[in-house]
Design a protein around this ligand. Structure first.
Ligand code: PSU
Ligand code: MN
Length: 319
């Protein structure tokens, strides 16, 4: 069941809130946005559907309402129900929908899964302030030849949302992505660390200027950002504990093979990230899948605690 988005956003047939999410937002309860590309294009079936459910359960256990976002039959839904999540996780022909794909996918009546970029934009439009994902997109290795930089970065530059992630995917050019985040004025803080996490790896090898240690500190940064009406996102980089990371030697070997596979098979554009993630899951015999799931669940838990802290803060200190 969905209800149209309330005023001031137009309640068009093309954009709806799930009933529980609409109710939570109306009551000022903590809500966490979740993306669907991670399910449809980032994880193998049928584990992807189980993970989608585990993510939502994790958000609930930490006291917030999950709002998984996607496009169903051309309609944007913020707060998919279980049958709708299943349709995006297991359905055939589900598109990977970034911001530029949204209007075309909607007009065509397509089913589509939203990326970090489109999920951020849609969540902010619905009034949701916190979003959990696995790893952000960014500048790809070989950028000088391909010009491939994820639309996630531009979206974060202009969307005031808090994104909890384990850094950017380690398949990317991490230092170049950090430089771009600086240029785009996206605030990046390490959660319990001054090292930028490396997605499958706890430490990407690069440092951060800011460290926070509690959800309340994150909420204070958001409040300050909002007081200045700054336009960009806050990225909370939440590393896996070292004991849970993918073996670094295995990681490096599998990544080298995967990058060679891109060249050999001529994989480009939006297919690059799904190809590399699938290669990891296969070549590590599922080890990277377990790590990826751990990353997402830890981020969902932290995002929910941040949403709760932000609500507590706004209840105590009126804006
Ligand atoms: N994080 C994951 N798995 C994923 C993604 C992120 O752990 O599949 C997805 C997100 O939806 C992200 C997208 O926005 O990959 C980036 O794709 P691209 O590099 O084509 O922009
Ligand atoms: Mn790309």
């Amino acid at each position: 069941m969905t209800v149209p988005l309330p005023h001031p956003s137009p309640g068009t047939a093309g954009f709806a809130l799930g009933e529980e999410v609409a109710d939570a937002l109306a009551r000022g309860l903590p809500v966490v946005a979740l993306e669907s590309t991670i399910l449809s294009h980032g994880l193998p079936r049928p584990r992807n559907l189980e993970v989608g459910r585990e993510i939502e359960a994790t958000v609930r256990a930490a006291g917030a309402v999950p709002a998984t976002i996607g496009v169903l039959g051309g309609r944007v839904v913020v707060g998919l129900d279980d049958a709708q999540v299943e349709r995006l996780a297991l359905g055939d022909g589900v598109l990977k929908v970034s911001i530029r794909d949204l209007p075309a996918a909607m007009a065509r009546g397509a089913d589509g899964a939203t990326t970090v970029a489109s999920t951020s934009a849609l969540a902010a439009r619905a009034g949701i302030g916190v979003f959990a994902t696995g790893g952000l997109g960014g500048v790809h290795r070989g950028f000088v030849q391909s010009g491939d930089e994820s639309a996630d970065l531009g979206a974060l530059a202009r969307t005031p949302i808090t994104v909890v992630c384990a850094g950017v995917k380690s398949i990317l050019d991490v230092p170049a992505t950090l430089e771009r985040l600086e240029t785009l004025s996206v605030t990046v803080v390490g959660y319990g660390t001054t090292r930028f996490p490396g997605f499958y790896l706890s430490d990407s090898g690069h440092g951060l200027d800011w460290r926070v240690d509690t959800p309340a500190e994150v909420a204070a940064i958001v409040a300050a950002r909002d007081a200045l009406a700054l336009p960009g996102a806050l990225v909370v980089a939440n590393p896996l504990p070292v004991a849970e990371q993918l073996d670094p030697a295995l990681h490096d070997r599998v990544l080298t093979e995967g990058l060679a596979g891109l060249d050999r098979e001529g994989v480009t554009g939006k297919a690059v990230t799904p190809y590399l993630l699938a290669h990891f899951h296969e070549a590590t015999g599922g080890a990277s899948l377990d790590v990826n799931v751990r990353i997402i669940l830890r981020n969902a838990d932290l995002a929910a605690r941040i949403a709760v802290a932000a609500r507590t803060r706004s209840a105590v200190v009126p804006a």
